[in-house]
Design a protein around this ligand. Structure first.
Ligand code: ADP
Ligand code: MG
Length: 557
């Protein structure tokens, strides 16, 4: 069933120190029987059990299960092996407090993909004498009761091997005895491997004792029955100087002679007693049965271990699976037990997510596109853009640098910037730009009682051409020195009528202002020429049309 060959297990600790917990250990286990792993603390018992049970993988060597070597194991085969063939019993019971007794046992079934079998669970609880405890939570049970639950849980999947690591370590000796009695009974039909440091229990209950020291096998002994040496039917010699007279027998002359000879052959005193109680405990201590056969331990021989031949079918593993709901319950219970940690975790997560959100926003933040999107969402048909630079001049007064003069100067958009606008706002962008008109800073009252901001200067006008085309009165500009002006500007000119002069141009192209021009309606503006002072360079533009830029929103009045 189970065999390990040349198994070495090395633990590498943080300091880089290697601990050889198992050093080239080979053991073949029998099909049934109770095998004790004995040894001092740190001798490697638990490691050996864990390797045998597939809880831990060997560093080198192999574990052979039903003829299948761990060398041919893949991925989760160790888990599956354990799940299929091994029932574990731990010192700390490892029963889950979140589930009641019945569900703890059912969980072992569900791990094998089998349904919860109430009848079977009830029978197992009867076996461990806890039939009335099915609905109890483990934290209401004593240590001995919990360990028996753990045994019932190990048994529910009918494992062919039971492994127990110091199963009675946390129990008093009377309760411990019950556990061993149970294990002894179970070992009649399956292999039971028990880790213990209690030699007395090992010798009473064990069929075989493997003693470890420093990760190596020190001794490996198997219990054998030594039959008594019969002198005749009534009198037998057991061991060196113990004579057994069968209970209730009538001694004849030959018997008495034999007893006499035996007494003479013994060194030291011979006590003949008829205290039955004492004799019973003497027999027990010397592990003697009623017929006087004694149990002794002799070196384990390979004949003692009958290994079966296994087919591929025998070593088929059942993959372990934990139902999602149960997994979540087990996982979440950890949080419930540590509320401070839970709060702290939530707090840290919040900070982490906030930081993540903030930084990812900052990283993708693009001011231009945010501005663009907000204009578009506000439903503007067009917007005015201007460009300026800031100048800061710090003046010293009385040696103190405390006066800062700040000014803004307007500058012309470059060709690149203009083509960027086109790219950003689409092919249909229409635009012109103007600086320093004669109308600069004229503020005039409009009919509504508000003021027109007459400054024609320093802004570029950008609007979708399509949006304008249908709204132009007059002609669309056809050359660079023609332009349409907005109805708003035309109204400004109309209002400022008294300040509008005609421009006269001489042969050399010099421009002078002459007669006042009468503008009596908005449409009178069309056909007129305006002079714009572009950074000291005067340029003429013929107004070919007026476009209706719509009502000026109230809030700008
Ligand atoms: P036992 O069960 O006989 O008391 P163990 O098998 O638990 O002994 O341990 C054997 C040796 O291996 C000890 O020296 C122990 O310190 C070491 N050991 C066991 N488990 C680990 C581990 N997970 N990491 C590092 N060293 C370990
Ligand atoms: Mg141990």
């Amino acid at each position: 069933m189970l065999e390990i060959k040349n198994v070495t297990k090395v633990y590498r600790t943080k300091g880089g120190v290697d601990t050889k917990a198992l050093d080239d250990v080979s053991i073949a286990f029998p099909e049934t029987g109770l095998v004790f792993l004995l040894g001092k603390s740190g001798s490697g018992k638990s490691t050996l059990l864990n390797v045998c049970g597939g809880l831990d993988e060997p560093t080198s060597g192999e574990v052979i299960v039903k003829g299948k070597s761990s060398k041919s194991f893949s991925g989760s085969d160790f888990d599956s092996y354990r799940n299929t063939f091994v029932g574990f019993i731990f010192q700390e019971y490892n029963v889950l407090d979140e589930f009641n007794v019945e569900d703890n046992i059912a969980l072992a079934l569900e791990l094998q993909g089998k349904p919860k079998d109430k009848e079977k669970i009830h029978k197992l609880l009867c076996d461990v004498e806890l039939e009335n405890f099915a609905k109890r939570k483990p934290n209401t049970l004593s240590g001995g009761q919990k360990q028996r639950i753990a045994i019932a849980r190990a048994l529910v999947k009918e494992p062919q091997i039971i492994m127990a690591d110091e199963p009675t370590g946390a129990l008093d000796s009377a309760t411990g005895k019950q556990v061993f009695d149970t294990l002894k009974k179970l070992s009649e039909t399956r292999l039971v491997i028990v880790v213990s440091h209690d030699r007395e229990f090992a010798e009473i209950y064990g069929d075989r004792i493997v003693e470890l020291k420093d990760g190596k096998i020190l001794t490996d002994v198997t219990k054998t029955n030594v039959p008594p040496q019969a002198i005749d039917d009534n009198v037998t010699v057991i061991g060196g100087n113990t004579l057994n007279i069968k209970k209730g027998s009538k001694l004849n002359k030959d018997n008495i002679k034999a007893i006499q000879d035996f007494v003479l052959s013994c060194d030291g005193d011979v006590i003949i007693t008829k205290g039955e109680k004492q004799i019973d405990s003497f027999k027990k201590a010397n592990r003697m049965d009623d017929d006087g056969a004694t149990e002794t331990f002799g070196d384990t021989k390979s004949e003692d271990i009958r290994l079966r031949q296994y087919s591929k079918e025998d070593s088929k593993f059942i993959r372990s699976r934990l139902p999602a709901g149960k997994a979540i319950k087990i996982g979440a219970s950890g949080l419930k037990l540590k509320p401070i940690r839970l709060i702290f975790t939530i707090f840290l997560s919040l900070i982490a997510f906030t930081m993540f959100g903030l930084f990812s926003t900052l990283m993708v933040y693009d001011g231009d596109s945010v501005a663009k999107n907000s204009f578009m969402q506000s439903g503007y048909d067009f917007i005015n853009l201007s460009k300026m630079y800031e100048t800061r001049i710090t003046n010293s007064y009385d040696g103190r640098d405390d006066y800062t003069y700040q000014s803004y100067s307007f500058v012309k958009f470059t060709e690149n910037e203009l083509s960027d606008f086109t790219k950003t706002y689409g092919e249909s962008t229409f635009g012109y730009y103007a600086y320093d008109t004669e109308l600069d800073n004229v503020k005039m009252k409009n009919e509504k009682g508000g003021y027109y901001q007459a400054g024609l200067s320093k802004f570029a006008y950008i609007a979708p051409a399509n949006a304008m085309r249908n709204k132009v009165t007059g002609d669309y500009p056809a050359s660079l020195n023609e332009m349409c002006i907005s109805k708003y500007l035309a109204e400004v000119l109309l209002t400022a009528n008294s300040d509008v002069y005609a421009v006269k141009e001489d042969d050399k192209g010099n421009i002078s202002y002459e007669t006042k021009v009468d503008i009596n309606s908005v449409n009178d503006v069309v056909g007129k020429t305006v002079v714009l002072n572009l950074r000291g360079d005067r340029q003429k533009f013929k107004i070919t049309g007026i476009f209706d830029s719509g009502e000026i929103p109230k809030k700008y009045d």
